[in-house]
Write a protein that binds this ligand. Sequence first.
Ligand code: HEM
Length: 126
Amino acid sequence: MGDPDKSVYAQIGGEPAMDAAVKLFYEKVLADAHIARFFDQIDMDRQLKKQKRFLTMVTGGPNRYTGRSMRAAHRKLVEKQGLDDSHFDHVAMHLEATLTELGVPAELVSAVMEKAGGLRDDVLNR
Ligand code: HEM
């Protein structure tokens, strides 16, 4: 994927790109009536920070993620709020659209989407 000597994080544009991506991503998520309810009670400033650190880590940037595992973070949402594949699909779609809109090359978008897709079973606790 792109330059094999560089992390996907670096190739995307590092921290400024990640800041822009996380912000635009949550704008899309909160504007989507199929999934917005999951975030009703969530402190979005904290959520953006955690998501930025998490995506930084999974794309090979510096690891400053101190949050919960994907399984633990989403367990209640699955058990009490009915989080399922359809919600995951919407989130994945917004992530892909965000990266594409910000001009990330298609092969890097694919690399990120592969990593995100690999988390589906953990997020959905199965
Ligand atoms: C690849 C997919 C996903 C990734 C990488 C991801 C990532 C994260 C991260 C890093 C956190 C913070 C964990 C912590 O608080 O310690 C989190 C929490 C959360 N996620 Fe996700 N998530 C994904 C899918 C989803 C989906 C599909 C939904 C709902 C539509 C969702 C809703 C939430 C909510 C509501 C929280 C806050 C939970 C709480 O604070 O109790 N996530 N997620």
